[in-house]
Design a protein around this ligand. Structure first.
Ligand code: NDP
Length: 296
């Protein structure tokens, strides 16, 4: 029987509706809307699309969006000065500096400069550290979205064998920490892992965050497993000459074996922006000294 499809668009839409209600409550109790500032340096078309859709989603959820567009030759010192200004701005609860940055700017230094309380991407070492020790953190949006989908699909994850392929600071490592926080038994695989197919076959939960089109084959998957495909890879199409998006998992094969699977597109992707809005609201509540609602 083919695996159930995990519908990230529907899950993200449901979450965004809840967030809009919370954003209204926040505005009613504080007299101001929660605010997200986005910073885009340069004119990379893909980054421009991401930043604009983040701004639109922020406004649709009843929050304020402040967008800053800087030229491609911006000096690091000028970007750091903007970050400092946003750190001090009371209207701004979340700061998102769109990556990648141009070569003359050290991204790590910029991330370090963001106030951890406003670091809605969850990339600051303070937030990574807080996640690692199980304290309240702002957690990177993509793995947070994956966890949301997994909990909706499976409920309790405790004791599950989870395998995360990929160890980036943005996806793989925080994903593993979140799963550990849910008491799953977690294995992190990467490019030096020996016999990756055998390790994947142990997984009740398999998260692929690699960036290699369709690397995970159907026979790597344990029958009935839940598969979360984070990969977004653009590949040449066969006949019509147009490119198409595929994940890190060979979807058609995997669907025959898995119990449930996220499609690409329409799986993890839509959850990422919803979680950015969620993190902005969490940051806003904490900054205002309000209790973070439990269903966020
Ligand atoms: P990175 O390139 O930072 O990390 C990739 C990871 O995959 C590394 O840990 C690498 O191992 C590992 N890897 C590479 N090749 C292999 C291999 N042959 N076998 C096992 N592991 C391997 O990527 P990201 O984590 O940033 O992103 C991963 C994917 O997720 C990409 O396709 C990206 O586009 C997508 N993505 C999707 C998002 C969404 O919103 N849906 C958001 C963010 C990312 P090593 O460390 O040893 O080099």
């Amino acid at each position: 029987m083919a695996a159930a499809l995990i519908d990230g668009r529907a899950a993200a839409e449901a979450l965004r509706q809840r967030l809009a209600i919370t954003a209204d409550f926040f505005r009613a109790s504080t007299g101001r809307a929660a605010g997200l500032a986005t910073v885009l340096v340069g004119e990379d078309p893909a980054s421009g699309v991401y930043v604009r859709s983040k701004g639109k989603a922020t406004r649709e959820a009843g929050m304020q969006s402040f967008s800053h567009q800087l030229p491609v030759d911006t000096r690091e010192a000028d970007l750091l000065a903007l970050v400092e200004q946003l750190n001090r701005d009371e209207q701004v609860d979340g700061i998102l500096v769109q990556l990648p940055l141009p070569d003359q700017i050290d991204a790590a230094r910029v991330i370090d400069a963001i106030d951890p309380a406003k670091d809605v991407d969850g990339f600051h070492v303070v937030n990574a550290g807080r996640l690692a020790v199980g304290a309240d953190a702002l957690v990177p949006c993509t793995p947070l979205g994956c966890l949301h989908l997994l909990k909706e699909q499976l409920g309790d994850l405790s004791g599950a064998e989870a395998v995360v392929i990929g160890r980036s600071n943005i996806v793989g490592k925080p994903m593993a920490m979140l799963l550990l926080g849910e008491s799953a038994t977690v294995t992190i695989a990467h490019s030096r892992t020996r016999d990756l197919p055998a390790i994947c076959r142990r997984a009740d939960i398999l998260v692929a965050a690699v960036g290699r089109p369709e690397m995970v084959r159907g026979d790597w998957i344990k029958p009935g497993a839940t598969v979360i495909d984070v990969g977004i890879n653009r590949v040449a199409a066969d006949e019509d000459g147009k490119t198409r998006l595929v994940g890190d998992v060979a979807f058609d094969e995997a669907r025959e074996v898995a119990g449930a699977i996220t499609p690409v597109p329409g799986g993890v992707g839509p959850m990422t922006i919803a979680m950015l809005l969620r993190n902005t609201l969490v940051a806003a509540h904490r900054r205002a000294g309000l209790k973070v609602p439990e269903d966020l």
